[in-house]
Design a protein around this ligand. Structure first.
Ligand code: MG
Length: 319
């Protein structure tokens, strides 16, 4: 009797349910993954499959791998269309390249194997120091610090003077629905100091799950801009099954920081000149409502255009 094996394939921040027979080979599995994802078998890299300590060959039987039911298989691989886009990009574009907005290149960047490989390396090598554990059923909010949560350039006597208005109210409200991660392109010591300065560490109304620093970032090369360091959410998704592209949102005042995950990023207006704007800035207050609306009404955050967050009107639920 043929026994079916259910495998969950993780690719590009999404999960695909794939079913093969025990007697099928790796080659059959790849064909099946091709049908689900569109990634050709010869472009697929199946990362966490081992047979006798080595990656299995194409003719190896699934039954020899001793997979547990619901095994999560991590895959890397690009779609033909994306590869073509990347290959085509340098030709015939010299005249228009200066008019290209950064987002025209995003699709190509986020699927390039060289960058996905860097993400895999971070997943493997970057050590997260957990401050608080993930909570069941919570979504994920990832926040930049500088110019997002406070004005790090102005001088002041206390942290409170440079803190973006409504910061603690915002974090308190977000914490109802989201686990919160802070990700700054600086060093860990700085992050810890800034969080203390702002009173985030000592606030008892919410808890930060962990901090990520510049070492969790990867560099990407974009012809127009050169080499940029960016914050790929795949690092978090690869380490925690609970979070994925459907339930994660990242706020950053620099759009390029989420070039690896353009649909999961929201460009927040930078908070600068704290002394002038302390009484006017309502960005975090307004974003609190947006996060609540998303949590209550949106099952897939990539389906919402976060550029238009201020106009977001959730569809009424049927109940
Ligand atoms: Mg910033």
């Amino acid at each position: 009797m043929e026994v079916n094996v259910k495998i969950i394939v993780k690719w590009g921040g999404k999960e695909y349910d794939v079913e093969v027979c025990e007697n099928d080979s790796i080659s059959d599995l790849k064909n099946c993954i091709h049908k689900h994802t569109g990634v050709r078998p010869d472009r697929q890299k199946l990362l966490n499959l081992k047979h006798k300590g080595k990656p299995p060959g194409d003719d190896c039987r699934i039954s020899h791998l001793n997979l547990k039911p619901g095994f999560k298989l991590m895959m890397m691989g690009s779609l033909e269309a994306d590869i073509e886009d990347v290959n085509k990009a340098p030709e015939g574009m010299s005249e228009v390249v200066n008019d290209l907005d950064i987002e025209d290149e995003e699709v190509a960047i986020e699927n390039q194997e060289v960058y996905l490989a860097k993400v895999q390396k971070r997943i493997k090598d970057y050590n997260i120091n957990m401050i608080n554990q993930p909570r069941n059923g919570k979504k994920l909010l990832v926040l930049d610090i500088d110019y997002t949560l406070f004005d790090h350039k102005s001088s002041a006597e206390t942290g409170a003077e440079l803190m973006r208005p409504y910061l603690h109210e915002f974090l308190t409200a977000a914490y109802d629905d989201y686990d919160i991660v802070i990700w700054s392109a600086t060093g860990m010591k700085w992050i810890e100091e800034k969080m203390k300065l702002l009173g985030v560490t000592s606030n008892t109304n919410y808890k930060i799950m962990f901090y990520l620093d510049s070492l969790a970032m990867i560099s990407v090369h974009i012809p127009k801009y050169g080499v940029l360091n960016v914050k790929p959410l795949g690092v978090i998704w690869g380490k925690f099954d609970q979070y994925n592209s459907k339930n994660t949102i990242m706020f950053d005042d620099v759009r390029r920081n989420f070039i690896m995950n353009p649909k999961n990023g929201l460009k927040i207006r930078p908070f600068r000149q704290a002394h002038l704007n302390r009484d006017k800035d309502k960005e975090l207050l307004n974003l609190t409502r947006y996060l609540k609306d998303l949590a209550a009404h949106c099952n897939d955050f990539t389906c919402v255009n976060h550029r238009h967050w201020e106009k977001y009107k959730p569809k009424k639920r049927s109940d």
